[in-house]
Ligand binder design. Structure first.
Ligand code: FE
Length: 235
């Protein structure tokens, strides 16, 4: 399916169709059920907010954790050759006061590799799976990465920090639907570390608003496209 050719009307129509199929009890997998979010991935951030398709809410503040490194590179592709299931991220930053996109915000992400390891810690100078992108006029920052692994004590997550005019205006974490993670983790190299623990519901940080910062995921062949709109307060 060529998603690039989808008009907004087409995407919404498809959403309705899928909803009908889901209600009819069809044998759709979790990935297909998440497909309606293609409407968001297709890129109408502010319009989606205006239409109510995206609710403009304050992204929950969550700890940056122990693995923040202060000098991540400005780059879209942060993989540095790390193996894993390809994941593109479309992160939209809007002003929570009016739901309008914020242009020129620096969006930073960092996460662990498929084996649960972060770069740039304990004397390591590698910077894999860390990067910064500036939002465009639509408030959108794009990244190319891999689906994160997990490490003991935390559910699957990506850290994010939004900088505006030299100030940090948001520190948060992005989460994944459990069914998608389960499917991804059946594949190598994730399958080498089974029995991830905790899952979302058992994670003490996720419990503090994590559901509202869960990525919308759409399958793209062997890869996934994730998107979310983050409402932030200008400081
Ligand atoms: Fe972490």
């Amino acid at each position: 399916m060529n998603d690039d050719s989808l008009s907004r009307r087409g995407a919404l129509t498809r959403l309705g169709g899928l909803a009908a199929v889901a209600l009819g009890g069809g044998a759709l997998g979790a990935h297909e059920l998440l497909e309606p979010d293609d409407a968001i991935a297709a890129g109408n951030g502010p319009a989606d907010v205006a239409s109510g398709l995206v609710t403009c809410v304050l992204a929950p503040e969550q700890t940056e954790g122990p693995y923040y490194v202060d000098d991540a590179a400005v780059r879209r592709n942060v993989t540095d050759g790390k193996p894993g299931v390809a994941l593109t991220l479309r992160l939209t930053v809007v002003n929570v006061a009016n739901c309008k996109p914020i242009k020129g915000a620096a969006v930073e992400i960092w996460h662990c590799d498929a084996g649960g390891v972060y770069s740039g810690v304990q004397g390591d100078t590698a910077m894999f799976l860390r990067g910064v992108q500036r939002t465009d006029a639509k408030g959108v920052a794009l990244f190319r990465t891999i689906y994160p692994g997990w490490y003991p004590g935390r559910t699957v997550h990506i850290h994010t920090m939004v900088h505006l005019g030299g100030n940090v205006v948001h520190t948060g974490q992005l989460y994944f639907p459990e069914a998608v993670t389960d499917a991804v983790y059946e594949r190598s190299p994730y399958s080498q570390r089974p029995n991830r623990d905790p899952r979302n519901a058992g994670d003490s940080i996720y419990r503090n608003g994590g559901r509202r910062s869960t990525l919308r995921l759409a399958r793209r062949g062997a890869a996934y496209a994730g998107s979310i709109t983050m409402g932030v307060q200008r400081s």
